[in-house]
Design a protein around this ligand. Structure first.
Ligand SMILES: *Cc1c(COP(=O)(O)O)cnc(C)c1O
Length: 392
């Protein structure tokens, strides 16, 4: 589309859109049709059928997402997990070995550790922070390396430059889940990653009202991913395409606010005497702050922290909060908080969870687009634990 010289704020609105518009409609109409009239298509992939992700709603989104992530091609899927499992099953075959970063999103972790083995695909974990230890995990059949640009819920940032370099030197396909960063803060394909995957359920859509996913990369790899997605059937419905398309247009506005707001909230929490520690890559105290600064143009809207006083203090804090909703998921316009130990990471044995640094009382926060001042005021009153009703 030749729009790469423009700023992301402009591309998020105009890239990929049809010219002229259909029927003059400024917004892309919803093509709620499972099948389309035969028009001389020669191959199966060219047949216009909704499961093949080639309705006009899909095609516009593919072009827009490819443009935003700086890739040649993209495909959207019915969820982040549909995108991730399809991407992995595209590049891996029976007998292959996969290197994966420790501390992955729970669904990805479960798929890799519980399901891939049944298809003859083995894996080993790597510490994303210690590049010197990766070589020892290599096997002759290692085919790919899978990481996340920021991890959940500790918001750690692996050595992404070293991952790309390692993958290149060893001939591995490099895949990164860029859900937490979004292309606003980081574009992994520009760094040299082969495939970028997303849970578009989160920031890309941004309104906590659909599930969707995306895979972005080279034309060559994406052709294979699209074919695999057609076989597995995890395509996005046209109506959800419309909602994702609408949500995407405010991605940059939302993220710019969330970048600023999360950092301010993180600084407030770090300075509060009732808080033991805060994880946010924008804080100087974050172990990968310098790395994040050199890789990302913003630090994102996610943070986690631990109040002093253990689980009891965390529960009291959550009970007193008024604005944020206590709910899983993230990346929406509303601020959400969770206790990872009892939600997203409840499936991990306690010993292992503690080893990863996820304590019982750790609170994860996804900052929305509310006024920062109102959030900070609410967090302040909720941290005033002495005034818990019933007293402590
Ligand atoms: C939520 C999430 C997923 C899974 O996405 P779904 O849309 O829920 O299938 C994958 N990776 C990360 C980092 C996530 O936060």
């Amino acid at each position: 589309m030749g729009r790469n010289s423009e700023k992301l704020e402009t591309r998020v609105i105009h890239s990929g859109e049809l010219k002229p518009r259909i029927g003059g409609a400024v917004n892309m109409p919803i093509f709620q049709s499972a099948t389309f009239e035969y028009a001389g298509e020669k191959t199966y992939e060219d047949v216009r059928y909704v499961r093949l992700s080639n309705t006009p709603n899909h095609l516009v989104l593919h072009r827009k997402l490819a443009n935003l992530e700086g890739g040649e091609a993209a495909v959207i899927a019915s969820s982040g997990m549909a995108a991730i499992t399809t991407a992995l099953l595209t590049v891996l075959s029976s007998g292959d070995h996969l290197l994966v970063q420790e501390g992955l999103y729970g669904g990805s972790h479960s798929f890799i550790t519980e399901d891939l083995g049944r298809f003859g695909i083995s894996h080993d974990f790597i510490d994303g922070d210690r590049a010197g230890t990766w070589e020892s995990k290599l096997r002759p059949n290692t085919r790919a390396v899978y990481v996340e640009s920021m991890t959940n819920p500790l918001i750690q940032v692996p050595d992404l430059r070293a991952i790309v370099d390692f993958a290149r030197r060893k001939g591995l396909i490099s895949i990164v889940d860029n859900t937490f960063c979004t292309p606003v803060n980081f574009r992994p394909l520009e760094l040299g990653f082969d495939l970028c995957v997303h849970s578009a359920t989160k920031y890309l859509n941004g309104h906590s009202d659909i599930a969707a996913g995306a895979v972005i990369g080279s034309e060559k790899l994406l052709q294979q991913v699209k074919r695999q997605l057609g076989h597995l059937g995890g395509m996005l419905d046209p109506h959800a395409c419309f909602l994702l398309h609408r949500g995407l247009k405010t991605l940059v506005l939302r993220l710019n606010h969330q970048n600023r707001s999360a950092l301010e909230v993180a600084r407030f929490l770090e300075s509060h005497t009732a808080v033991a520690w805060v994880n946010h890559p924008g804080l100087e105290s974050h172990p990968q702050h310098k790395r994040s600064q050199s890789l990302f143009s913003g630090f994102g809207g996610m943070l986690s922290f631990e109040p002093r006083g253990g689980l009891e203090a965390s529960n009291a804090f959550l009970e007193k909060l008024e604005l944020p909703l206590i709910a899983p998921s993230l990346g929406g316009v509303e601020t959400l908080v969770t206790l990872p130990a009892t939600t997203s990471h409840a499936g991990i044995p306690r010993e292992e969870r503690l080893r990863l640094g996820i304590s019982d009382s750790l609170i994860r926060v996804s900052i929305g687009i509310e006024a920062t001042e109102d959030l900070i005021n609410d967090f302040r009153q909720a941290l005033d634990l002495d005034s818990v009703p019933g007293g402590r």
